[in-house]
Design a protein around this ligand. Structure first.
Ligand SMILES: Cc1cc2nc3c(=O)[nH]c(=O)nc-3n(C[C@H](O)[C@H](O)[C@H](O)COP(=O)(O)OP(=O)(O)OC[C@H]3O[C@@H](n4cnc5c(N)ncnc54)[C@H](O)[C@@H]3O)c2cc1C
Length: 408
C-alpha cells in the first residue's frame, strides 16, 4: 500500500503534525514511524514540563509566534481532553543591578510578542509570590504553566488512531529514496512507501535530512541537562517556576526551579556536551555521535569561544555543592542535603558550521519532503501550532491528490 503521508518520529512534534493533517484531511492514508519501542522516549519524555509564555523569543520569529499561539491552543486542548495542567506562573529574577537592563528589554520583548499579562515586581512583590526567593526585580508571568508532555503526546497519538492513521513503533528509518513521485522508507522492520514524507526526528533530524540529499548543516550537537530533585520536606521553598535572567549569548535558559505535575520540584537543567545523542548519563558513550560532535567545525569554534563556561558547567555537573551554590543565588536557604540526584534530558541543539547556535525553529519544505530540522524548547509548548504550520507547508508543497475536506 502507498500512504499519502509518512511522518518519521513519534515525539510530540511528529504526533502533533500527523494529528493536524488528519483533522484537516480525514481521507488521508497517514503512517507515523517511530524507531523506539515506545512513543516520546527522547526529548518529549525528558523535559521540564513548562508551558512557556513566549517572552524570550525575537519578535517576528517562528518561536515567538508559534509559542504564543501554541500555548493558547494547548490550554484549550488539555481542557477538552481533560489533561491536567496548572497555571503556576513564573518569576524571571534579577539578583544584581547589572541584570536590570536585560530584564527590562525582556519585558519589552514579551510585550512585543503580545503577552500583555506580564508584570514587573520589586523586592516586596517577589517576596509576596515566593517568600524564600532572593531578588531585587522580577518579571512575573501569570500565563506560564506546567503539564506532563508525555500525556499530551499520548493524547495526540490517540487522535491519530481515531482518525484512522497508523502508528508503528520499532521502525527505525535507515534510508529514504524517491522515484516517480513515491518515496520508499527503508526501516529496521520492512519498507514503507508514501507520496509525501515529513521528518520530525529531534536528536537525529540532521541525519534524516541527509538521507534525502539535504546538506548536513545545521548539525545537531547534543547537550545533556541533569536535574536535581528537591526533597519532599523542602517543597515549601518553591511555589511556581523561578528562572534566572537569561544570558543572550546562550541558547539555554539557565538552571531553574520547576514544580512538576506529580508534586516534585526539579532544579536545573544545566547544559553539558552529551557523549551520545540519546545518552542520559556520563557513562553512555556513542563513538559515532561523540566523534561527529567533536570533529564538527561549528562545535570546535563554539567550544573555543565558550570553553570557560563549558568547564564551569562540567564542574557543577559532577560537584553537587557547586550546582547548589548556583541555585542559592535565588533560594539562599537551599542546602546540598535538601537535594537528590534527578533525571536528565538531552537537547537537540542545531549548530551552524561557523559555531553559531541556530535559535529559531527550522522547517525545510520541498516537493514531497519536509524536514523539521530544529525544534528545541519551546517546541513542546508550541507543538499544536507547529503541527498547524507544517500542515500549511504540506498543503503548499505536496500534491495531496484529493480535494481537502473542510477544516472543522
Ligand atoms: C532538558 C529539556 C528540557 C526542556 N524543557 C522544555 C519545556 O519546559 N517546555 C517546552 O516547551 N519544551 C521543552 N524542551 C523542548 C522539548 O522537549 C522539545 O522541543 C520537543 O520535545 C521536541 O519534540 P520532537 O518531537 O521534535 O523531538 P523528540 O521528542 O526527540 O522526538 C523525535 C522522535 O523521533 C524518533 N526518531 C529519530 N530518528 C528516527 C528514525 N531514523 N526513524 C524513526 N524514528 C526516529 C526518536 O526516537 C524520537 O522519538 C526541553 C527539552 C529538553 C531536552
Amino acid at each position: 500500500m502507498i500512504y499519502d503521508i509518512a511522518v518519521v518520529g513519534g515525539g510530540i512534534v511528529g504526533l502533533a503534525t500527523g494529528r493536524e493533517l488528519l483533522r484537516r484531511h480525514p481521507h488521508l492514508k497517514l503512517v507515523n514511524l517511530e524507531k523506539e519501542d515506545v512513543l516520546s522516549k527522547h526529548q518529549t519524555g525528558h523535559n521540564s514540563g513548562v508551558i512557556h509564555s513566549g517572552i524570550y523569543y525575537a519578535p517576528g520569529s517562528l518561536k515567538a509566534r508559534l509559542c504564543v499561539e501554541g500555548r493558547k491552543k494547548l490550554w484549550k486542548y488539555c481542557d477538552a481532553k481533560q489533561i491536567e495542567w496548572r497555571p503556576v506562573g513564573k518569576l524571571i529574577v534579577a539578583t544584581h543591578e547589572s541584570e536590570i537592563p536585560r530584564l527590562e528589554s525582556l519585558m519589552q520583548r514579551g510585550v512585543a510578542n503580545g503577552i500583555n499579562e506580564l508584570q514587573m515586581l520589586d523586592e516586596a512583590g517577589i517576596k509576596e509570590r515566593e517568600p524564600h526567593c532572593a531578588g531585587i526585580r522580577a518579571i512575573f508571568s501569570p500565563v506560564t504553566g506546567i503539564v506532563d508532555y508525555g500525556a499530551v503526546a499520548r493524547a495526540y497519538a490517540d487522535d491519530i488512531r481515531e482518525g484512522r492513521g497508523e502508528i508503528y513503533t520499532g521502525r527505525e528509518v535507515t534510508a529514504i529514496d524517491r522515484a516517480n513521485n513515491v518515496t520508499r522508507l527503508r526501516t529496521s522492520a520492512g519498507d514503507f512507501e508514501a507520496r509525501g514524507v515529513i521528518t520530525c526526528a529531534g536528536l537525529q533530524s540532521d541525519r534524516l535530512a541527509k538521507m534525502t540529499g539535504n546538506k548536513s548543516d545545521p548539525k545537531i550537537v547534543p547537550f545533556r541537562g541533569d536535574y536535581l530533585i528537591l526533597k519532599p520536606e523542602k517543597r515549601y521553598l518553591i511555589k511556581g517556576n523561578i528562572y534566572p535572567v537569561p544570558d543572550p549569548a546562550f541558547p539555554f535558559l539557565g538552571v531553574h526551579f520547576t514544580p512538576r505535575m506529580n508534586g516534585d520540584i526539579w532544579l536545573g537543567p544545566n547544559a553539558v556536551l552529551a557523549f551520545a545523542r540519546e545518552g542520559y548519563n556520563f557513562a553512555t558513550i556513542n563513538p559515532r555521535d561523540l566523534f561527529e560532535a567533536l570533529s564538527y567545525s561549528g562545535f570546535i569554534k563554539m567550544a573555543s569561544k565558550f570553553w570557560r563556561v563549558g568547564c564551569g558547567e562540567m564542574y557543577r555537573d559532577v560537584v553537587r555543592g557547586a550546582y547548589v551554590r548556583a541555585l542559592q543565588r535565588y533560594i539562599p536557604e537551599l542546602q546540598v542535603e535538601d537535594t537528590l540526584p534527578g533525571p536528565s534530558g538531552v537537547r537537540a541543539q542545531a549548530m551552524n558550521a561557523d559555531g553559531s547556535m541556530v535559535d529559531d525553529f527550522v522547517i525545510d519544505a520541498a516537493p514531497g519532503v519536509i524536514h523539521v530540522r530544529n525544534a528545541p524548547s519551546p517546541a513542546a509548548t508550541s507543538s499544536l501550532a507547529i503541527g498547524s504550520y507544517v500542515a500549511d507547508e504540506v498543503e503548499r508543497h505536496f500534491s495531496l491528490g484529493r480535494t481537502p475536506a473542510p477544516v472543522p
